[in-house]
Design a protein around this ligand. Structure first.
Ligand SMILES: [Zn+2]
Length: 680
């Protein structure tokens, strides 16, 4: 239920935004360039994304249960089928040993598939927790319930946990972060365009409906919905915007408990921490001080009855996907249909697998890599990483805008990169977690409490740098600035991104660009503020910093000008880091590709030169079609640009691409000299 990691490690830069499932794929055929997917009536100099993928876009229908379709989605879906096969094998050879991977995963799945019991139980699984809140009649009791909900369900008011100290990346400290909203962004509470208003009304209807399903009459339910939205709006107003949160300096405000109490005097912090079982949390990073000032006001001025209903809403909202059909349907109607445009729900087995992935995903991953991740894939991927590191090193050495002093530090940082490929050397331990055959919701809740407590227990302990922030079956990759590491889960080391059997143009244009993208994050607007050891530190000269900002300004302007959907523009500032990484990634990978025999020989395949196939492979990994609802959501919350512009945006700044497809000055796929972006 809890999505802790993104809240507390907002700097981890995934490759893609994924609403929901984590995924793995295997066995997909190695893909060459598929000519029938292309639209050769479009000039590559005008719109390369359309040229490379146009026919596919025209003829592809997004399946009803998805908010989009294409590369990542297809991989994800195939993955679920593989995971299902693993589970049926587990079922055949039952391993009853308590705490074994097979027992945890097997029993979790069994309870999730027992729809008859889930229907019969209705909302019984949360009844006791709701009753406990009903019985609260003092603020003192409220704190008790608040902590209970934060441990197991969601993050009402704010979130609390551990995370590396940004200036001492070896140590975990306590972290307080803004939270408490039921809609995905503060904008949904504050904007007044018709689309936002429709979403807000639908959210209100969801709250009403959900309370009525737990036995309230329509009048009480409507009153609750109004009070809850008013409270969440107050939190939204005090929240930092996603763009502001991108500045690591802004969200680093380390203070003592005493200073926190001065900042936020009416919230009983000492009481709260001792209920959280951290009576002495030490120094705390308060990511958004203004927000925590407001928390003090909220606790002082909000009627206890409203605070209680708000807590109950947090329980019902986060539990709904695991309760009986009426709850699941109401929840899906808003979060699936309204926000993502999805037409129908995924079948139960896919939803249950998604839940297990989110709860004890590492156990599933352990079974998975044992069966499906071949050692040679790791070796080939590592070779690629080393070739790309050499090419980035070379590019840094030759940058005409950077001074020798800053270059020296940048090279030091690059040389210190940790590379993680496939799956962790040391698996996360779930020792002590009890998963049984009794109740699906019970299992979801115990896993959630287990994960939250494990996170909190890390406060004041050294950072375990061997930990992974994604499961091995995830089709994604990330850079973590505090570990100065690039991480490529087994899930992405698959076609169309990576195929050990395919030729270099396919792999360098695919996974090569992905690897380069993650490396560049170490040097984007956020990542560049951390040093080789992962500490936030100014290692740039003032002049170089200015030069970087001027260059970055151009990419912000370029992406600000693109329309994502309807009349909504991409937010150039929110997507700045990802756009810099996309541009850097393609350049680094092309440089490395130029050193291959295949490039040097220049032999055409299917009528395309090696360079052309490299760029076609790049466009192929972003072959995704989105529903408009998903795009509207992404413009607000996703630091990644829509796929069309992840292809056309960087390529219009890439001279090697112009050369490959004979793009002339004045063509749309070629930025004019005064707008051209050159960073890494
Ligand atoms: Zn990224």
């Amino acid at each position: 239920m809890k999505q802790k990691i993104l809240k507390l490690f907002p700097l981890i830069c995934g490759l893609i935004f994924f609403a929901g499932a984590t995924n793995f794929s295997l066995g997909q055929e190695a893909k060459e360039i598929v000519k029938s997917d292309m639209d050769t009536t479009v000039s590559p100099a005008v719109d390369f994304f359309e040229y490379a993928n146009g026919n596919w876009l025209k003829h592809t229908q997004i399946p009803a249960a998805y908010s989009g379709w294409g590369s990542f989605f297809i991989l994800g879906d195939e993955n679920l089928t593989k995971l299902k096969n693993i589970l049926s094998e587990v079922e055949k050879n039952r391993h009853e040993k308590k705490g074994s991977s097979e027992q945890l995963v097997g029993d979790f799945y069994l309870t999730g598939m027992d729809s008859a019991k889930i229907e019969e139980d209705g909302y019984k699984p949360i009844q006791k927790d709701l009753d406990d809140i009903n019985a609260v009649n003092s603020l003192k009791d409220f704190y008790h319930e608040l902590v209970k909900v934060q441990l197991g369900y969601s993050n009402p008011l704010f979130s609390f946990g551990s995370g590396a100290d940004a200036k001492n990346s070896k140590m975990n400290i306590a972290q307080l972060y803004q939270s408490g909203l039921g809609m995905p962004d503060r904008d949904y509470y504050l904007k007044s365009d018709s689309n936002t208003i429709a979403i807000r009304n639908s959210y209100k209807a969801l709250i009403e409906k959900s309370f009525m399903l737990t036995g309230l009459n329509s009048e009480q339910a409507a009153k609750n919905a109004e009070d809850i939205i008013a409270l969440e709006t107050q939190l939204a107003k005090a929240s930092m915007s996603r763009t502001e949160e991108r500045d690591p300096k802004k969200i680093y405000n380390k203070m003592t408990v005493k200073e926190l109490i001065n900042l936020s005097p009416d919230f009983e912090w000492n009481n709260y921490f001792s209920l959280m079982d951290v009576s002495n949390p030490g120094d705390i990073n308060v990511a958004q001080p203004e927000f925590f000032k407001e928390i003090s006001k909220v606790i002082k001025s909000t009627p206890l009855s409203t605070l209680k209903e708000y807590l109950k809403w947090n329980i019902i909202r986060s539990a709904s996907p695991y309760l009986s059909d009426p709850f699941v349907e109401a929840n899906f109607n808003f979060y699936g249909r309204m926000l993502n445009g999805i037409k129908e729900m995924q079948p139960r087995w896919k939803r249950v697998l998604g839940t297990i992935n989110g709860s004890i995903g590492m156990e599933l991953g352990k079974l998975f890599v044992k069966k499906y991740f071949p050692p040679y894939a790791k070796k080939r991927a590592l070779d690629l990483v080393h070739n790309l590191m050499a090419s980035l090193k070379n590019r840094i050495q030759n940058l005409e805008w950077m001074s020798p002093a800053t270059k020296k530090e940048a090279l030091k940082k690059l040389a210190a990169f940790t590379v993680k490929i496939g799956y962790p050397d040391k698996w996360k331990s779930y020792k002590g977690l009890v998963i049984n055959k009794d109740s699906y919701f019970g299992n979801v809740l115990s896993a959630s409490i287990f994960n939250t407590k494990k996170d909190i227990a890390k406060i004041s302990k050294p950072v375990d740098k061997t930990e992974w922030g994604m499961t091995p079956q995830t089709v994604n990759a990330y850079y973590n600035p505090q570990n100065n590491e690039i991480v490529f889960p087994a899930g992405i080391l698959q076609p169309p991104f990576f195929d050990p059997k395919a030729d270099d143009a396919i792999n360098y244009g695919g996974i090569g660009a992905v690897i380069g993208h993650e490396m560049t994050h170490g040097f984007d607007d956020e990542g560049r503020q951390y040093d080789a050891q992962g500490n936030m530190k100014d290692w740039w000269t003032k002049q170089d910093e200015e030069k970087f900002d001027n260059r970055a300004e151009r990419i912000i302007n370029q992406f600000d000008s693109y329309i994502a959907v309807d009349t909504l523009h991409i937010n150039g500032k929110l997507t700045e880091g990802e756009n810099i990484a996309d541009l850097g990634g393609i350049n680094i990978s092309f440089d490395a590709f130029m050193k291959t025999k295949e490039y040097k020989e220049g032999k055409k395949i299917d009528g395309f030169t090696p360079a052309q196939r490299f760029f076609l492979s790049f466009a192929n990994i972003w072959k995704i079609k989105n529903r408009p609802e998903r795009l509207r959501l992404r413009v607000k919350i996703d630091p990644h640009s829509p796929e069309h512009y992840r292809v056309d945006g960087p390529l219009s700044n890439t001279p090697a691409f112009w050369k490959a497809f004979n793009v002339k000055p004045g063509d749309p796929m070629r930025q004019p000299e005064d707008k051209l972006v050159k960073i890494w």
